[in-house]
Design a protein around this ligand. Structure first.
Ligand SMILES: *[C@@H]1O[C@H](CO)[C@@H](O)[C@H](O)[C@H]1NC(C)=O
Ligand SMILES: *[C@@H]1O[C@H](CO)[C@@H](O)[C@H](O)[C@H]1NC(C)=O
Ligand SMILES: *[C@@H]1O[C@H](CO)[C@@H](O)[C@H](O)[C@H]1NC(C)=O
Ligand SMILES: *[C@@H]1O[C@H](CO)[C@@H](O)[C@H](O)[C@H]1NC(C)=O
Ligand SMILES: *[C@@H]1O[C@H](CO)[C@@H](O)[C@H](O)[C@H]1NC(C)=O
Ligand SMILES: *[C@@H]1O[C@H](CO)[C@@H](O)[C@H](O)[C@H]1NC(C)=O
Ligand SMILES: *[C@@H]1O[C@H](CO)[C@@H](O)[C@H](O)[C@H]1NC(C)=O
Ligand SMILES: *[C@@H]1O[C@H](CO)[C@@H](O)[C@H](O)[C@H]1NC(C)=O
Ligand SMILES: *[C@@H]1O[C@H](CO)[C@@H](O)[C@H](O)[C@H]1NC(C)=O
Length: 616
């Protein structure tokens, strides 16, 4: 199965029911007591004031903006303010204005159509973060609440609107979030009681054949914040060039993708997504709209490229290098104990041969995206998509021949499906097709953890053996994993905040545990704790000092500051304090987020329901 068409590989869903109606969350001192010891605060501050000092203003609070204040904001932003309604309200009779059985049937048939999710003001690709508080159902009496969704959304199209919204949130001390496409495994694009800046409709695309600055001269593409990956790749193709973006079509290139660094099918050839940005525009926490390049606002320019999303402001556009047009070869294939009638031991010998080959694959500039999984009574290895940029089929065959001939001696004969595409766009469309799947209440879902595995782990014989045993051990414990073999070195002249661990890696690996969608919070935590506290640490033990890719990681990652940012953390934190001293922007695992937490007591801290408070 293809990665992008397999939401189970990231869709984190559980059917724990959250008491998420906003009225039930109006905070009382007692309800915050288990998480925050109010009585330990200095006695001289009256209780009410203490709360407002430590928490963002929340619906139901005395200081929550009045209807007329919302209305005034709406006028200022030209009528772009939306009071969001959950997408699945059409299935629930407690939303009489929206309940519509025919629309519900249509929603169920297209529940995992990712383009539709992206077009909704609040819906996410990973609905877990919304609290699963309004799911499709054939029983209209099942509850539907707004859960972890924002209170209001501004459908922005201009930097001026964004500036207005930021200033409003700052003045009213309410929680502010950014949603672009909602293709976000870090839960940054939702939050109960927040005001959301929805950048999806900032769709401008500008072709700049003669972009010229002191730092880069050549063709470039300037894209607005809301441009999605397929629009980005299509625009480049229209001008006979190649641009660096991600894998799945609903990734928002100028959003969290670039802010997190951005791995790419063509990254081995052209560098990572953020490496290709030559200029960007953004609205800062004080509402100022800036242009950042190597020469102008250089520190912010450095930080916006790798320092993480929802941290330093709202990026409104990026200008990226347009690379030469390339052809691409794509290959898919698999082998396994059942398909090839081999023992587990032979399977692992073949997997070992593959792992011995990953540095060669990485050095070729390719991205090999594969999976190793336990299967009924045995094991499978699938090459989900081998992307060989600027290679012919013959060149790809030469690259992989040593691997295939070695495993043939183990009795493993593989039928490959290899195709040549004259332009990258066609190859990408084959490798990462769009997703549309119906609602499936029976789906097994996953909790993921990840790690960047340094190149030296594949080069030093003793360390290689330890790495190999570790991967085998993880699978023996019942965990499948997906992994990219790829290099992501910094090209000459590139200086940005991308996690230094990325530069030294040859493999990025994501493993996952699974649980039924209707697992209770307690059951979900058993699976998540195992991933966070047992399995990921096994990988960390063989990759000390490395890290992971923040955009595809365990949201409960322990020591995320080091794992996601490495040695850049201190510098990023210093800048965060300068640019956003009042934490206008906050997101879990974002730089400077550690003194804040979401008050809720359902046991799932990453779910966006609850009041956002600062620990004193
Ligand atoms: C904002 O104004 C527009 C245009 O007047 C209106 O359609 C919309 O319903 C308003 N939004 C809210 C939340 O009231
Ligand atoms: C958001 O704004 C765009 C551009 O003005 C408009 O086309 C679109 O219908 C709006 N979407 C919603 C959900 O209001
Ligand atoms: C599978 O391999 C075993 C042992 O090599 C052999 O006895 C058996 O006939 C094979 N089965 C098939 C279906 O090829
Ligand atoms: C693609 O390969 C050709 C040779 O086959 C080479 O001339 C060209 O520079 C390569 N392009 C890139 C972007 O690496
Ligand atoms: C190879 O893959 C393509 C695209 O996924 C598919 O259309 C085609 O049927 C496959 N060919 C074979 C022989 O399986
Ligand atoms: C690595 O493992 C292989 C296979 O078990 C063994 O032959 C080799 O001696 C080991 N190398 C080192 C350096 O431990
Ligand atoms: C082969 O490995 C799988 C996955 O770890 C395991 O479930 C199975 O029991 C193993 N089979 C044998 C014969 O050891
Ligand atoms: C979860 O769903 C399965 C099948 O859909 C059902 O058998 C089971 O009873 C459900 N568990 C709970 C706790 O609702
Ligand atoms: C806004 O913040 C930036 C970065 O901290 C700063 O350079 C700029 O002067 C500020 N603008 C205003 C109007 O305060």
């Amino acid at each position: 199965m293809k990665f992008c068409s397999n939401p189970a590989s990231f869709l984190l869903v559980a059917n724990f029911v959250l008491a998420a109606d906003i009225s039930e969350f109006v905070i009382s001192p007692n309800s915050i007591a288990p998480l925050f010891d109010v009585d330990a605060l200095p006695r001289s501050i009256p209780r009410r004031q203490k709360r407002s000092e430590i928490c963002k203003v929340y619906p139901g609070d005395k200081n929550w903006p009045s209807d007329s204040e919302w209305s005034a904001l709406n006028k200022t932003v030209g009528g772009a303010l939306i009071k969001p309604v959950p997408r699945a309200a059409v299935c629930h009779s407690n939303w009489p204005q929206y309940y519509d059985p025919a629309k519900c049937t249509d929603l169920m048939a297209n529940y995992n159509n990712h383009e539709r999710r992206v077009a909704d003001p609040t819906d996410l690709i990973y609905v877990y973060f919304q609290g699963l508080s309004c799911l499709p159902s054939t029983d209209p009496t099942t509850p539907c609440t707004t859960g972890g969704d924002p209170s209001y959304v501004v459908n922005v199209t201009t930097p001026e609107q964004i500036s207005t919204v930021i200033k409003f949130a700052a003045k009213k001390k309410i929680r502010l979030i950014i949603k672009n496409t909602g293709h976000d495994t870090g839960g940054k694009s939702t939050g109960e009681g927040s005001l959301s800046i929805w950048t999806h409709n900032m769709k401008t695309i500008q072709w700049l054949p003669k972009y010229t600055t002191k730092y880069y001269t050549g063709p470039a593409l300037k894209v607005g914040a809301g441009v999605s990956l397929d629009e980005f790749y299509q625009a480049a193709d229209n001008h006979d060039v190649t641009v660096v973006g991600g894998e799945c079509s609903t990734v928002g290139v100028a959003g969290g993708y670039s802010a997190g660094g951005g791995h790419s099918p063509v990254g081995g050839l052209f560098g990572m997504g953020a490496d290709n940005i030559v200029e960007l525009t953004a609205v800062l926490p004080n509402g100022t709209h800036i242009t950042a390049t190597t020469g102008s606002n250089p520190e912010l320019f450095w930080a916006f490229r790798g320092g993480g999303g929802a941290t330093f402001g709202v990026v409104t556009s990026i200008t990226v290098k347009a690379r030469p047009k390339i052809h691409v070869t794509i290959s898919t294939w698999s082998f396994g104990t059942a398909a090839n009638n081999i023992t587990n031991s032979t399977f692992w010998q073949a997997a070992r041969v593959y792992l011995e080959h990953v540095t060669t694959i990485a050095d070729s500039g390719s991205q090999a995206f594969a999976q190793i999984r336990p299967a009924t009574g045995g094991l499978t290895f699938s090459m989900t998509s081998f992307v060989a940029p600027n290679k012919t089929v013959a060149e790809y065959d030469t690259l992989m021949a040593p691997f295939f001939s070695k495993i043939l001696t183990l009795g493993i004969s593989v039928t490959q499906n290899t195709t040549f595409h004259p332009s990258f766009l066609g190859g990408w469309q084959r490798a990462f097709p769009k997703i549309s799947q119906p609602w499936n209440p029976e789906k097994q879902v996953v909790a993921s953890g990840s790690r960047l595995i340094p190149r030296k782990n594949f080069e030093q014989p003793k360390l290689f053996n330890q790495t190999f045993s570790t991967l085998q051990n993880i699978v023996d414990l019942g965990y499948g994993f997906i992994f990219y073999a790829q290099k992501n070195e910094a090209h000459a002249g590139v200086d940005n905040a991308i996690n230094p661990a990325y530069r030294k890696s040859a493999v990025f690996l994501i493993l996952s545990g699974s649980y039924p969608q209707n697992a209770s919070a307690v059951e979900v935590n058993v699976v998540r704790d195992q991933v966070t506290k047992v399995i990921v640490p096994i990988l960390k033990a063989v990759t000390p000092g490395s890290g992971t890719y923040m955009n595809e990681a365990d949201i409960r990652e322990e020591g995320w500051q080091q794992s996601f940012f490495g040695s850049n953390y201190a510098r990023l934190l210093k800048l965060k304090k300068e640019v956003d001293p009042n934490s206008i922007f906050w997101a879990k695992t974002a730089v400077g987020s550690e003194n804040w937490y979401i008050q809720n007591d359902h046991g799932l801290p990453e779910v966006g329901t609850g009041r956002l408070c600062r620990k004193l």
